[in-house]
Design a protein around this ligand. Structure first.
Ligand SMILES: Cc1cc2nc3c(=O)[nH]c(=O)nc-3n(C[C@H](O)[C@H](O)[C@H](O)COP(=O)(O)OP(=O)(O)OC[C@H]3O[C@@H](n4cnc5c(N)ncnc54)[C@H](O)[C@@H]3O)c2cc1C
Length: 382
């Protein structure tokens, strides 16, 4: 293989992708559709299991699904036509017409996974090491491969980023997102009426909770199959992060505690706090949740998204706070823009340089916006 990227054409590339979640699949499908020879290596064994949360179905996600003939997005999305803020007593403080589209992580993942060929999606395959100059990728089992282009879509704890940018680190914010989903069948009519067709919020003192309906576990959007998704941003309220993020097995998790893994005292304290400070309809929702989970809020940004033949994509490069609703949609647009740059430029070097410039700028702006939104929405700054 030529070491000179400037002379290397950007068509019919061999591509190895590390990470087979959203970013890996968006990239795999986009580059495969352009005729590149793509293989995905995913560390997890078997199907990825979602933490079950909802996501905003931003336009980039919906467009990706329809333009690649994966599914009509209306089949796996729910809608709200009003944005509502409640008072602590549960009265309507403001109600503004505002349309929003939602889906669930698992509904989108399942569709993407089905659209990418099984024989080129390898599970239980962990990338341990990359050589950006010649595209060599090494795996935990000792195997190795070489590709024209390597895409590291291996998430917020990216092995590739740690190798390429060892000084880049996560910056934790002083609050946590508590999350849960409740099947519609388990909700009272009063709760369904309160949340149906609405994006509903309650903002208290350094606390913010929101809820919206998402598709059911099978992706169905029939009213009786849906789930109500809530996200509660709350300060640590005197606790150490370590206390919250040590799971039922005693393992200290840095980024999230999965459904069913929150320790009893941690879960009980948060349920009690719900009863103390949230409007009754949100307290009821938190109480109805059998397996809430917790997600650390952090910011992460890399100085650049390409090094020679390696691209960092999705959360591997930038993690913006969830208020932006942009994690999955950014992964989709990173992938679509990578394909477009490879189409537009005849040399791999020029394509990657152009992609790096525009996507690094976008990622940095998104992280900054997420910090502002978090600070404003939780009133962390006056
Ligand atoms: C199982 C799962 C469930 C999720 N559920 C939600 C949700 O409900 N709501 C939400 O907002 N976000 C969720 N996310 C996060 C969301 O997918 C991302 O924030 C966003 O979509 C960007 O995706 P990503 O592919 O860049 O990173 P991620 O989704 O974090 O995916 C990274 C992938 O890389 C794999 N990987 C890591 N290291 C290696 C390695 N060395 N070699 C090979 N593979 C590796 C991981 O197993 C993972 O599949 C979830 C992520 C996962 C993995």
């Amino acid at each position: 293989m030529s070491q000179d990227l400037a002379n290397e054409p950007s068509e019919s590339l061999s591509v190895t992708i590390s990470g087979g979640s959203m970013g890996g699949l968006f990239t795999g499908i986009a580059l495969d559709s352009a005729g590149h020879d793509v293989t995905i290596a995913e560390r997890s064994t078997g199907d990825l299991r979602s933490r079950g949360g909802g996501i905003l179905a931003q336009q980039s996600i919906r467009q990706f699904l329809s333009r690649h003939d994966i599914i009509d997005p209306t089949r796996i999305t729910t809608r709200a036509s009003e944005r509502r803020f409640l008072t602590v007593d549960g009265d309507v403080q403001t109600a503004t017409p505002d349309s929003a589209v939602f889906t669930s992580w698992d509904a989108v993942y399942r569709q993407l996974r089905a659209a990418f060929p099984d024989d080129r999606y390898h599970t239980g395959r962990t990338v341990t090491d990359l050589k950006p100059t010649d595209g060599t990728v090494r795996f935990a089992d000792g195997d190795r491969t070489t590709a024209d282009l390597v895409v590291a879509a291996d998430g917020g704890r990216s092995t590739a980023r740690e190798q390429l940018f060892p000084d880049v680190d996560t910056e934790f914010a002083d609050y946590v997102a508590w999350r849960g989903v409740v099947p519609e069948a388990d909700l009272s009519d009063a709760v369904i009426d309160a949340f149906d067709d609405r994006f509903t919020f309650y903002k208290g003192n350094r606390t913010l909770i929101l809820a919206y309906f998402i598709p059911g576990e099978d992706g169905s959007t029939d009213p009786s199959d849906r789930r109500l998704n809530w996200v509660w941003y709350d300060t640590l309220s005197g606790r150490e992060r370590e206390t919250i993020f040590t799971d039922t097995t005693g393992t200290s998790q840095q980024f999230s505690v999965s459904p069913g893994q929150l320790r009893d005292p941690v879960e009980t304290r948060q349920r009690e706090r719900a009863a103390e400070i949230l409007p009754p309809v949100f307290t009821n929702l938190v109480e109805s949740t059998t397996a809430p989970f917790a997600q650390a809020i952090y910011d992460l940004q890399t100085p650049q998204m390409t090094v020679d033949r390696v691209c960092l994509l999705g959360d591997a490069a930038f993690v913006a706070r969830p208020h932006t609703g942009a994690g999955t949609s950014k992964a989709a647009s990173d992938a679509v823009e990578l394909k477009a740059a490879l189409d537009r430029y005849s040399s791999l070097r020029d394509a990657l340089a152009s992609w790096n410039e525009s996507r690094t700028d976008y990622g940095a702006r998104l992280v900054a916006r997420g910090k502002e939104m978090g600070d404003e929405r939780l009133s962390l700054v006056s």
